[in-house]
Design a protein around this ligand. Structure first.
Ligand SMILES: *Cc1c(COP(=O)(O)O)cnc(C)c1O
Length: 409
């Protein structure tokens, strides 16, 4: 997973630094940072391999929209290159600009743009980049574009089977299917639909949507089909069709509720401890003085706040639900409100020698999953991952053979 054209970008790390759950991140890679998001590209690769094996002979794509779910635009490119190197040949992004930013990922990769065809930009869908057409007008415009070029360029078509979000409606498909002139003008590369409730294995809607999808796509010219996001992959092989589109599972977060998550965590957020102090019984912490010490309390102030994606709703939860940070492998509950730039943790129960100014606290990652945090503040891992602010420096791990490298922050 190494970009050989830029060897200087990679810097070998010693063994000690490879552990994402370690109390200290490698000093040379995080020097000067106040917060760090760690991206274990090797874990993403392993997650892709595991999903790919599960769905074979279906093709396993990788959804890398939103900077690969918040790991960053530059990392999304590195990640796509790495996944291409281990056999992934289809990628999904939301925006045409995300597709262009990937550059030539691999000679034969398909890069699907879920937004569809953005008016006036048809010429920019090239070299594997293709729209997922979701309306009659987009199909007509793409056919027109291809005719004008004299080339049957590829495009996917999105069918709505219950999201009511993007895609042709069931009602309009028969009349569109009659327009053989349109489908002769371009190469129909994939027919796509998206499940609404696949995170719940017991919800019958997923099977209903699949049945609707299979009936509707039979009316269109024959093409490979794709239905499954991460969650639908776990519903069984009939959902895999020709190609699956996992996103969240690649990054290790939870796709299906109420069952163990088999994926490896790949993304973490760590904040630097800026100050440690002891406050007496009765002293308060943070805005609104919402936490009041019930004993002499050691408080660590950590350089991460809601501007870094640590949601404000995580502050001042009832005692039993308090999110924790992990310092030197030990948990410490968050106390007081989350500020824009800072959070505060009760580190009274961590031995003095294990918590010092300059140390790192894990906010989510290996010890506390992003999903556990999301549950506490009433959101989903997706939102926390994609909300990690750009203020946090990046540290990515990648593998070549059995060597580990870091990506420069
Ligand atoms: C985002 C997205 C996916 C990936 O969904 P996950 O739940 O992250 O696996 C797949 N298909 C479409 C159309 C999407 O918008």
């Amino acid at each position: 997973m190494t970009d050989r054209s830029a060897p200087n970008r990679m810097k070998m790390l010693d063994d000690r630094t490879v552990r994402l759950d370690g109390p200290r991140l490698a000093p040379e890679t995080v020097r000067g940072a106040r917060a760090v998001r760690t991206v274990d590209l090797a874990a993403v690769a392993e997650n892709w391999r595991a999903l790919s094996a599960r769905v074979a002979p279906a093709r396993c794509a990788a959804v890398i929209k939103a900077g690969a779910y918040g790991i960053g635009r530059r990392d999304a490119k590195v990640l796509a290159e790495g996944l291409a190197a281990i056999g992934c040949d289809a990628f999904f992004v939301a925006a045409i600009d995300e597709a262009i930013a990937l550059g030539p990922v691999a000679n034969h990769a398909d890069i699907f743009v879920l937004d569809g065809l953005i008016p006036d930009r048809a010429n920019e869908y090239m070299a594997g980049i293709q729209p997922v057409l979701s309306t009659r007008a987009q199909i007509e415009a793409w056919a027109h574009h291809c005719k004008a070029l004299g080339a049957r360029k590829p495009a996917a078509v999105h069918i709505d089977t219950g999201m009511s979000r993007l895609g042709l409606t069931p009602e309009e498909i028969p009349s569109i299917a009659e327009r053989t002139d349109l489908f002769e003008a371009f190469a129909l590369s994939l027919v796509v639909s998206h499940p609404a409730c696949a995170d719940d294995l017991a919800n019958p809607m997923t099977a209903e949507q699949l049945a609707r999808f299979n009936a509707l796509r039979a009316k269109l010219p024959t093409a490979p089909a794709s239905f499954a996001n991460s969650a639908a992959i776990f519903h069984g092989p009939e959902y895999h069709l020709d190609l699956v589109r996992p996103g969240i599972s690649l990054y290790g977060a939870r796709a299906v509720n109420d069952v163990p998550n088999p994926m490896q965590p790949a993304v973490g957020l760590h904040g630097r401890i800026l100050q440690v102090r002891t406050i007496p019984f009765g002293a308060s912490v943070g805005y609104g003085a919402r936490f009041v010490a019930q004993r002499d309390t050691r408080v660590a102030t950590i350089a991460t706040g809601y501007a870094d994606g640590y949601e404000r709703a995580l502050g001042n939860a009832p005692k039993a639900d308090r999110p924790r940070v992990w310092i030197a492998g030990q948990p410490a509950p968050i106390v007081g409100r989350v500020s824009m730039d800072l959070i505060t943790a009760d580190v009274t129960d961590i031995p003095d020698g294990d918590v010092s100014e300059g140390d790192w606290a894990e906010l989510f990652g290996v010890n506390q999953s992003v999903d556990d945090l999301a549950d506490i503040c009433g959101t989903i891992g997706y939102e926390l991952l994609t909300g990690i602010g750009t203020r946090a420096a990046r540290v990515g791990w990648t593998v070549e053979g059995d060597q580990l490298y870091s990506l420069e922050g």
